[in-house]
Ligand binder design. Structure first.
Ligand SMILES: Cc1cc2nc3c(=O)[nH]c(=O)nc-3n(C[C@H](O)[C@H](O)[C@H](O)COP(=O)(O)O)c2cc1C
Length: 421
C-alpha cells in the first residue's frame, strides 16, 4: 500500500505544536517509501524544532518565509503549490485551523493552502480542551465542508499532563492514510460535480415552496465518486446531512443560486450528475412582509426556474451529463423523453410518491433504471449507498467510451474519415 507514495510529491506543513517533533518521523517514513518531501514551517514551528532537522531528513531546503525575495526566486510560492501532489499539515495547530478557515495568506503555509489545486490534509494536534472548544470544532466542520481531509486526532495522554482527544495521530498511521489518497479508482483523476437535495423558493420572509427530497441519493453518490478517486464538488440545497469527508460542498437555497454555482464549476468538470430536486417554478415576486391571512383564496403567480441540466449540457457539451428523473408514474417513458429532450448522456429514473414503497424521497433505499441511448440497466431495490456505488461503476465504464466516440466524431468531421485505431 505504501508503494502508492513512491515518487509522489508531498508538501509537509509544520505548525507550532508541541507535537512538531513527530513531523520529523513523518518525513523519515515518507522518504523510506520513495516520496519526495518539501517542508514548510510556520514561524511558531521553528520555536519547537529547527529547520535544520527537516532539511537533513527531507534532503531539501526548508521553506519559511513568504516575503523573501531569494526564496521566491528559487521556488516561488505558487510554483511550490503546483509542485505538490498533496499538502499535509502535521501537526496542524488550533491557530492554523482558524487561519485556514478565514482564508488568510499572511504566511507561506497559508498562501500555499489557498493556491493549491490538490488534496489538503490536516492532522490536528492540541490540548484536549482546545480541541473540544466550539471555535475549533466550528473551524473544522467548515474546513471539512470545503473538502479538506482530517486525520485524527487520537485520544490519550498529552504533553500538558492531561488525558483526552488531541494527540497527533501516530506518524505511521498518517503515512498509511496518506497512501490511501493515491489509490487508483474507477474515476481516478476525474472531476465530478453533483447537485443534491431540494431547493427552497421564497414566497415571503417566512414561507417557501419546496419538495420532499432528502439529498440522501446525491450525498451517497458524492461519497461513492470520491471513493472511486474523483475530485468531487457537491452543490447542495438545504438538507440535514453531514458533508461527506473529502468532498467540497457548496451550500445553496434557491434554484437560481444552484444554477449559478453549477455554471461557475462547469469548466472544471468532467462528469456532472444532477440529482437535486430543483423546483420547476418560483414565486414571480417575493413579498417583503409576511402575507396576511385575509382573503378566502390566494393566487400565487409562479415563474419558471432555470433548467440546470439542459443549460449545463448546452454550455459545456464536453461534460458527461447524468440527470435524475423522479416520476410518480410511467417512469421509463418520461426518462426516455428527458434523455432526448435535454441531450444528456444518461438518465437515472426512479419512482417516487406513494407507488414507490420503500424507495425514493427520504427513504434509505432506492431502485433505479439507468437509461442511455444504447441501454437500460435496472438496479434493484438496495440501500442508497450501494445503489450509488453501482451508478458510479456504470458511469466510470461508460465515460471513457463516450469520450472516445466524441474524439472519433470530431476527427471524422475534420478529416472526413474514421481515425486509424
Ligand atoms: C509549549 C507550547 C506548546 C504548544 N502546543 C500547541 C499544540 O500542541 N497545539 C496548538 O494548537 N497550539 C499549541 N501551542 C500554541 C501555538 O504554538 C500558538 O497558537 C502559535 O501561535 C501557533 O502558530 P502557528 O499556527 O502559526 O504555527 C503551544 C504553545 C506552547 C508555548
Amino acid at each position: 500500500m505504501l508503494e502508492r507514495l513512491a515518487n509522489k510529491r508531498i508538501l509537509l506543513g509544520v505548525t507550532g505544536s508541541i507535537a512538531a517533533y513527530k513531523a520529523a518521523e513523518i518525513v523519515r517514513r515518507l522518504r523510506e517509501t520513495g516520496t519526495e518531501v518539501r517542508v514548510v514551517m510556520t514561524r511558531a514551528a521553528t520555536e519547537f524544532v529547527t529547520p535544520m532537522t527537516f532539511q537533513a531528513l527531507s534532503g531539501n531546503p526548508v521553506h519559511l518565509e513568504l516575503l523573501d525575495a531569494q526564496a521566491e526566486a528559487a521556488m516561488g510560492h505558487i510554483e511550490l503549490a503546483r509542485w505538490a501532489d498533496a499538502i499535509l499539515v502535521a501537526p496542524a495547530s488550533a491557530n492554523f485551523l482558524a487561519r485556514l478557515r478565514e482564508g488568510r495568506a499572511d504566511d507561506l503555509l497559508g498562501a500555499l493552502c489557498l493556491a493549491k489545486d490538490v488534496p489538503l490534509i490536516l492532522a490536528p494536534a492540541m490540548n484536549n480542551r482546545m480541541w473540544r472548544d466550539h471555535a475549533t470544532q466550528d473551524n473544522l466542520q467548515t474546513l471539512k465542508s470545503r473538502g479538506v481531509l482530517v486525520f485524527g486526532p487520537d485520544e490519550g495522554s498529552q504533553a500538558c499532563g492531561e488525558t483526552g482527544t488531541g494527540r497527533l495521530q501516530e506518524p505511521s498511521n498518517i503515512v498509511a492514510q496518506l497512501a490511501d489518497i493515491f489509490k487508483g479508482g474507477a474515476l481516478d483523476g476525474l472531476r465530478v460535480l453533483l447537485t443534491a437535495g431540494p431547493t427552497q423558493e421564497a414566497i415571503d420572509p417566512v414561507r417557501y415552496i419546496s419538495n420532499h427530497s432528502s439529498g440522501k441519493m446525491g450525498y451517497a453518490l458524492a461519497t461513492a465518486a470520491m471513493e472511486a478517486g474523483a475530485r468531487v464538488t457537491l452543490v447542495s440545497g438545504p438538507v440535514s446531512l453531514a458533508p461527506p469527508a473529502g468532498v467540497q460542498v457548496i451550500p445553496v437555497t434557491t434554484a437560481v443560486q444552484m444554477a449559478k454555482a453549477v455554471m461557475a464549476q462547469l469548466n472544471a468538470t468532467d462528469i456532472f450528475i444532477a440529482t437535486a430536486a430543483v423546483a420547476d417554478y418560483r414565486p414571480a415576486e417575493v413579498a417583503d412582509e409576511k402575507i396576511k391571512k385575509s382573503a378566502e383564496n390566494l393566487t400565487l403567480n409562479l415563474t419558471r426556474n432555470p433548467d440546470i441540466l439542459r443549460t449545463a449540457k448546452q454550455t459545456m457539451p464536453g461534460v458527461y451529463c447524468v440527470g435524475f428523473a423522479a416520476e410518480t408514474t410511467d417512469v421509463m417513458n418520461h426518462a426516455r423523453a428527458k434523455l432526448t429532450d435535454k441531450g444528456v448522456e444518461m438518465i437515472a429514473a426512479n419512482l417516487v410518491g406513494t407507488a414507490a414503497g420503500d424507495s425514493g424521497f427520504g427513504s434509505d433505499n432506492n431502485t433505479l433504471i439507468l437509461c442511455t441511448r444504447e441501454s437500460e440497466v435496472t438496479l434493484p431495490l438496495a440501500p442508497k449507498n450501494k445503489i450509488a456505488r453501482e451508478v458510479i461503476t456504470h458511469v466510470a465504464r461508460l465515460y471513457p467510451l463516450w469520450r472516445q466516440t466524441r474524439k472519433d466524431s470530431a476527427q471524422i468531421l475534420r478529416f472526413g474519415k474514421p481515425p486509424i485505431s
